[in-house]
Design a protein around this ligand. Structure first.
Ligand code: IPM
Ligand code: MG
Length: 357
């Protein structure tokens, strides 16, 4: 059992150090090996997803990622940006199914900017397609063209989905709904975009195989509104890459604590890349301030989805609940009356809270 560890940039190395400590406390025999992805890889190898990282990531059973990006690389050409490395590893490993839970912990009920009664008990899962759509469609680019008698710059991207791509993400979403509240909402923009008309048709056809799951459809603009109006109407949401990017950020903020949310990106065989939903927070880097819990919870997802170690995943998740109940908080979730601690102390607290096996 080998895990490729990609600490990344910004707060990545700090939060990753705590997640790896927790993993090893739960499973001393897990083997980990570090590699570079993102801005640190651009600095060292001139590529955000260099060959040694690719070799290790392909060989490992799972990948645990901290975060990538930072202002230092923002002005670089597109192929030297940290985000390009993230997109490249997703595509290269075939990680088409992105699971983004938005769960409000009762201890953090007052973290949300929404009224407590709107978000109390919130537990949503967004299933985002991750290797298709306008993110990867060709042709794409910025060119100079003659338009309306004027030479001018012209930007273009291409949105497309094949039936097979929709079916495979649909299956992941229906299966997930089956293990939860048996409600699936498919989000599209079929009133304007043919690609998403096909999306809706295929989801409807697929629902014949899942009579126990209630499928509904929603247009993406309405879904964005419903997520803040009445988020608890949702159980599982399935949508394409672009809409999923936007809606998952919106859903994460319902919980008020993006520093708490893990994610999993899976291939057809259950191999996965696990990462916190938040970014690299360069302003917090190196200051022992960042919240490592999303990365620690991502490690729990890794044990659950790639290694089928349900009990161990729950041990970590229960430990996180316990430290919150004990009142420990990093700065991002701190409220008067709780105990503010740093990144490393939060790792210590989680390890101390792991129940004996
Ligand atoms: C995400 C991020 C990425 C995306 C960026 C960094 C390329 O926003 O994981 O949601 O758009 O997929
Ligand atoms: Mg995003």
């Amino acid at each position: 059992m080998k895990i490729c560890v990609l600490p990344g940039d910004g707060i990545g190395p700090e939060i990753m150090a705590q997640a790896v400590r927790v993993l090893k406390a739960v499973h001393p025999s897990l083997e980990t090996e570090d590699a570079l992805l993102g801005g640190c890889a651009v600095d060292a190898f001139g590529s955000p997803y260099p060959e040694p990282t690719r070799v290790l990531a392909r060989k490992a059973d799972a990948v645990l990622l901290g975060a990538v990006g930072g202002p230092r690389w923002d002005s670089k050409p597109r192929d030297l940006r940290p985000e390009t490395g993230l997109l490249a590893i997703r595509k290269d490993l075939g990680l088409f199914a992105n699971l983004r839970p938005a769960l409000l912990y009762p201890e953090l009920a007052d973290s949300s900017t929404l009224k407590p009664e709107v978000v109390a008990g919130l537990d949503i899962l967004i299933v985002r397609e991750l290797t298709g759509d306008i993110y990867f469609g060709q042709p794409r680019g910025i060119e100079t063209r003659e338009i309306d008698g004027k030479r001018q710059r012209f930007g273009f991207n291409t949105m497309h989905y094949s039936e097979a791509e929709i079916v495979r993400i649909g299956r992941v979403a229906f299966d997930a709904a089956r293990r939860r509240g048996r409600k699936l909402c498919s989000v599209d923009k079929m009133n304007v975009l043919e690609t998403t008309q096909l999306w809706r048709d295929v989801m409807t056809e697929l629902s014949g195989n899942y009579p126990d799951v209630m499928l509904t459809h929603m247009l993406v603009d309405n879904a964005a509104m419903q997520l803040v109006r009445e988020p608890k109407q949702f159980d599982v949401i399935v949508t394409g890459n672009m809409f999923g990017d936007i809606l998952s950020d919106e859903a994460s903020m319902l919980t008020g604590s993006i520093g708490m949310l893990p994610s999993a990106s899976l291939d057809e065989s259950g191999k996965g890349l696990y990462e916190p939903s938040h970014g690299s927070a360069p302003d917090l880097a190196g200051r022992d301030l960042a919240n490592p819990l999303a990365t620690i919870l991502s490690a729990a997802m890794l044990l659950r989805y790639t290694f089928s170690m349900q009990a161990d995943a729950e041990r970590i998740e229960n430990a996180v609940r316990k430290v919150l109940a004990q009142g420990f908080r990093t700065a991002d979730i701190y409220r008067p009356g709780t105990k503010k601690i740093g990144t490393r102390a939060m790792g210590d607290a989680v390890i101390a809270a792991l129940d004996a096996r």
